[in-house]
Design a protein around this ligand. Structure first.
Ligand code: HEM
Ligand SMILES: N=C(Nc1cccc(CNC[C@@H]2CCCN2)c1)c1cccs1
Length: 358
């Protein structure tokens, strides 16, 4: 008898039935106990799965977007077995979530790990740009260089551009992973332009509209969902202050600062700071013009403050990882900077897992 699994299941069921106001938690635990005795595991009902996924989001200490935890759309895809039907479910998720720009927070849950049978996406995010390293120089996203090499080793051939969308890579029960070029009808992108600086569009920059995290493990009541891709919408700083700004990513601050005519030879001109603001302004402006959901870091912080209040009203002290919750631009202009949070990992939750590829 797997006593550890039974204990985790018991804790989850009592919390779940209590919060949902359901009767029969005791009977349900007995049923689960019999199942674990017979098969070494147990199956969540859809209601338990849906609640577990929502609470996993609510427990995500590094997430500033948790106010909307209860509106997560949960797709139960645990019945799917082969790579092609899993691929098709991913495409359906992308379409539903993208929704022409009115992004809907969504998670698709594929079958849980059982022994050494598990489903894994090799992608960090379902949509991400390739990175090609050629004698020390990188074209595209430096963060994707390793995964791009893996995709090429599987037979994928990229176009060598700055914004090539990588293939979807699905691995089922340890067999050879299958890769699929994602049809462009599932990929919404936003070309980046600036409200005042007409020269900005000459950089030829764009970013994908929807972030889909596909490499984290969703744990609910001791069950490990190793393939449970989820999406929300972006906070602008993720694109404008990190993905396009980090020196080890697209490293665009010097380019923007030069085009602004700033003195990039002296830190004290604050050229990096001025370039950062205009880059983030361009991201917000472009997404707004294209009617693609996005939140600015001030509004996101205010929403998080409301989340904190609502949690305390429900008798729960919100947990958080301050180092990730503060935005990378003007952090002290938000209440988060002046607050403190306990970084306790409650379950259900999302966890990192070892890379699916070596
Ligand atoms: C709806 C809009 C949402 C916004 C604006 C948002 C915003 C963010 C941001 C800015 C981060 C930090 C990411 C980074 O710095 O790399 C984050 C982290 C995170 N979010 Fe959210 N989020 C949203 C929805 C969601 C949803 C739907 C889920 C899951 C169901 C989720 C789960 C997480 C998790 C697990 C992390 C931590 C990731 C890690 O440790 O690497 N978020 N979120
Ligand atoms: N807005 C989002 N951002 C987000 C959320 C979780 C994880 C990530 C990716 N974080 C890792 C990246 C890559 C290194 C540091 N940042 C982004 C969302 C992604 C999926 C749902 S919301």
């Amino acid at each position: 008898m797997n006593r550890e699994l039974l204990q985790k299941a018991e804790q989850f069921i009592f919390e779940c039935y209590e919060e949902l106001g359901r009767q029969g938690a005791g009977e349900r635990v007995k049923e689960i106990e019999r199942s674990i005795e017979d098969s070494g595991t147990y199956q969540h009902t859809f209601e338990e799965l849906e609640y577990g996924a929502k609470v996993a989001w609510r427990n995500s200490n590094r997430c500033i977007g948790r106010l909307f935890w209860n509106s997560l759309q949960v797709f139960d895809q645990r019945h799917l077995q082969d790579e092609k039907e899993i691929r098709d479910a991913v495409y359906e998720h992308m379409n539903y979530a993208t929704n022409g720009g009115r992004i809907r927070s969504t998670i698709s849950v594929f079958k849980p790990k059982q022994g050494n049978e598990e489903v894994r996406f090799w992608n960090h995010q379902l949509i991400r740009y390739a990175g090609y390293e050629i004698n020390g120089e990188v074209v595209g996203d430096p963060a994707s260089v390793d995964f791009t090499r893996q995709c090429e080793a599987l037979g994928w051939q990229g176009g060598g551009g700055r914004f090539d969308v990588l293939p979807l890579v699905v691995q089922v029960d340890g067999s050879k992973p299958q890769w699929f070029e994602i049809p462009e009808e599932h990929i919404l992108e936003v070309p980046l332009r600036h409200p005042e600086y007409k020269w900005f569009s000459d950089f030829g920059l764009k970013w994908y509209a929807v972030p889909f995290i596909s490499d984290m493990r969703l744990e609910i009541g001791g069950i490990d969902y190793t393939a449970a891709p989820f999406n929300g919408w972006y906070m602008e700083t993720e694109i404008g202050a990190r993905n396009l700004a980090d020196e080890f990513r697209y490293n665009l601050l010097p380019n923007v600062a030069e085009a602004m005519g700033l003195n990039t030879r002296r830190n004290s001109s604050l050229w990096k700071d001025r370039a950062l603001i205009e880059l983030n302004q361009a991201v917000l402006y472009s997404f707004k013009q294209d009617k693609v959901s996005m939140v600015d870091h001030h509004s996101a912080a205010q929403q998080f403050q409301l989340f904190e209040k609502k949690e305390r009203t429900c008798g729960r002290e919100p947990t958080g990882d301050w180092t990730w919750l503060i935005p990378p631009v003007s952090p002290a202009s938000t209440h988060i900077f002046h607050s403190s949070y306990t970084d306790r990992m409650d379950t259900p939750n999302f966890f990192y897992q070892t890379n699916a590829y070596e």
